[in-house]
Design a protein around this ligand. Structure first.
Ligand SMILES: Nc1ncnc2c1ncn2[C@@H]1O[C@@H]2COP(=O)(O)O[C@H]2[C@H]1O
Length: 324
């Protein structure tokens, strides 16, 4: 015969676990899901520090690289800072499993082109329009060598173009990550936002973009609709977004970029979808600040003043890891 005391203990235990579950999941939400290693953080003229961010699931060395403006110099800095225990050349070849190019402006792709001779085989992901520009303007025999698998013959086939289509989630080869893309308006170009998922955690990286009102677009609004539920559920660990110019830059010479004012206009629209409580404390990594130094310090001051939503504003540093 079964011991009724033992049965009672069993049920008490099950009820206790049930009651404690929410606390376990909160603890899980607070632990880090991603590691970001910035290889280049600025927009503009410093060719040793242009947009490129390595991203992996926490504890994994299977990184992707979001944009690829500067690679070698940033990798060397990261190695000097002991972020990696391998030499820079090996990190490039062995840890970076694919490139995600938001748009084909030089400051987002120069590092990839220049480092191609010493790189290993991997995919280049992007919208079809971005891949076409790389194919017809950079990996050609007139401007460099064709290291890719399409375009001018002979194709050296080191890189494989992999077109991403908005609306689909794509598994990223040789990683446990998945990605969705959103089109962004960047003056005459379509730029891209990458929403990267590791299990149930997300990070959103935006390439260059202007505000909907300036760009006469609904791209931001459409993207906010898609990510607002992830902000509410605390699954979105960070947004990496550009602010290129201080507020003094006239709207007519923004060239498809954001200022502190226009960033907050867009984040207010996200807050309208999530509620202000849900967005408070959200990690916002500010990218693509354009020199000179005086403009960069203006941007930082203006963002601090404009931060009514109480976001956690983060300024990435080249070669220093961030955890989210
Ligand atoms: N019409 C223009 N006149 C002058 N400069 C421009 C114009 N359009 C783009 N640019 C510059 O070209 C740069 C290309 O990269 P960015 O978009 O970061 O920033 C852009 C501006 O600095």
């Amino acid at each position: 015969m079964k011991n009724p005391v033992k049965i009672q203990h069993k049920y008490t235990f099950i009820i206790l676990i049930g009651l404690l579950m929410p606390f376990f999941s909160v603890a899980q939400n607070k632990s880090n899901s991603f590691r970001v290693v910035p290889l280049g953080v600025l927009g503009g003229i410093d060719e040793s520090n242009l947009s490129a961010y390595m991203l992996a699931a926490k504890g994994s060395n299977n990184y992707i690289c979001l944009d690829a403006g500067t690679l070698h110099y940033g990798l060397q800095k990261a190695v000097d800072n002991k972020v990696f225990s391998l030499p820079a050349e090996k990190v490039l070849k062995q840890y970076i499993k694919g490139y995600f190019i938001s748009h084909a402006h030089l400051d987002h792709i120069a590092g990839l082109i220049i480092n191609a001779p010493d790189d290993s085989t991997k995919n280049i992901y992007g919208l079809q329009s971005t891949l076409e520009t790389i194919k017809t303007h950079y990996f050609t025999w007139a401007s460099w060598a064709n290291f890719a698998n399409q375009g001018e013959a002979p194709a050296l086939k080191k890189y494989h173009y992999t077109a991403l289509v908005p609306g689909n989630e794509t598994a990223i080869e040789n990683t446990d990550l998945k990605v969705q893309v959103f089109p962004l308006s960047h003056s005459n170009l379509t730029s891209t936002a990458f929403l990267v998922r590791s299990n149930n955690a997300y990070i959103l990286y935006l390439g260059d973009t202007g505000a909907d009102e300036i760009e006469k677009s609904s791209n931001f609004q459409n993207m906010w609709q898609a990510v607002a539920p992830l902000v509410k559920s605390k699954q979105l660990k960070a947004i990496m977004i550009e602010v290129s110019f201080p507020d003094e830059q006239p709207d007519k010479t923004l060239f498809g970029h954001l200022t502190p004012h226009w960033l907050m206009v867009e984040l207010d629209k996200l807050a309208a979808l999530t509620g202000v409580d849900a967005i408070k404390g959200l990690n916002v990594v500010v990218t693509h600040l354009k020199p000179p130094a005086v403009s960069i310090s203006k941007i930082k001051t203006q963002l601090k003043v404009a931060n009514k939503l109480q976001l956690n504003l983060i300024y990435p540093q080249q070669g220093k890891a961030l955890n989210f």
